[in-house]
Design a protein around this ligand. Structure first.
Ligand SMILES: [Zn+2]
Ligand SMILES: [Zn+2]
Length: 262
């Protein structure tokens, strides 16, 4: 990784902590890894590849980000915005976080600071991203690994602008509160495009649905109830926090998945 100076803070971000006109330093990957392929899932919905977890961009009047990946990927996301979408960082108007975990919120502070976008998260997860609640650590060996992971990937707290609740509208999407994986986990439903952003409440692996990872899910019972709640919705496309998009018949697949949940 080498540091490259380059992003000029747009005037739209003048209410952010870095003054307009400033030039900041961000981490960028070696050149051969910088060229982002166009990852358009359906017209107007993109995925920024390789930021772990998935980061989605919805293109409308402005840009909406759903999740931000692990720390260190701000440059990759902004490069996609500029080179692939032909937009500028301040076109990002809203950053929606599906839950507080580091692999989804890792670049939220930097993106907020650079773009001036509004950051939205469910009220029950807000304390973890603003740094007023300690992020819970799983027990056992996984907890030790998680501690090392947290040390390596430093999390910068961010103050949310929008606190979401069940059924709220945010950037044209409906917030579905789906607790279990975290207290404030959400899915985002777009009835117009028949699409659901699932965060970690549902994962996709080799075209198959899975529930959230039990080790990182304090209440699997609650998570199962949340998946049943999703099963009552109607959508074709499922975009999970991990794994590839499911492109058709997705709500039917969730309904088929429910009875197989352990
Ligand atoms: Zn998670
Ligand atoms: Zn995740």
């Amino acid at each position: 990784m080498d540091d490259v100076k380059g992003w000029i803070i747009p005037s739209a971000a003048s209410d952010a902590k870095t003054p307009a006109g400033s030039i900041i330093t961000i981490n960028r990957l070696p050149c051969h890894m910088q060229c982002r392929e166009n990852m358009e899932i359906i017209p107007g919905v993109h995925q920024v590849d390789g930021v772990n977890a998935n980061c989605y961009i919805i293109v409308g009047d402005g840009l909406v980000l759903v999740d931000t990946g692990l720390p260190g990927n701000t440059g990759k996301i902004l490069e996609y915005v500029q080179k692939t979408l032909g937009a500028i960082p301040s076109d990002i108007e809203t950053i929606i976080l599906t839950h507080y975990h580091l692999d989804h919120t890792g670049n939220a502070y930097e993106l907020w600071d650079i773009t001036g976008a509004k950051v939205a998260i469910h009220a029950d997860d807000a304390g973890y991203v603003e740094g007023t609640k300690p992020m819970p650590v799983p027990g056992g060996f996984i907890g030790i690994l998680y501690g090392m992971f947290k040390f390596f990937f430093k999390f910068k707290p961010v103050q949310p602008d929008i606190l979401l609740h069940d059924n709220d509208q945010v950037a044209g999407l409906t917030c579905i509160h789906t607790p279990g994986h975290t207290p404030g986990s959400i899915c985002l439903h777009d009835p117009k495009f028949r699409m659901l952003f699932a965060g970690d409440t549902l994962r996709v692996s080799n075209g198959k649905l899975e529930g959230p990872h039990p080790r990182f899910t304090p209440s699997m019972d609650q998570a199962k109830q949340s998946i049943k709640k999703i099963a009552a919705l109607d959508f074709d496309i499922l975009l999970s926090g991990h794994g590839e998009p499911l492109m058709s018949g997705s709500s039917e697949k969730v309904r088929e998945f429910v009875p197989s949940m352990p």
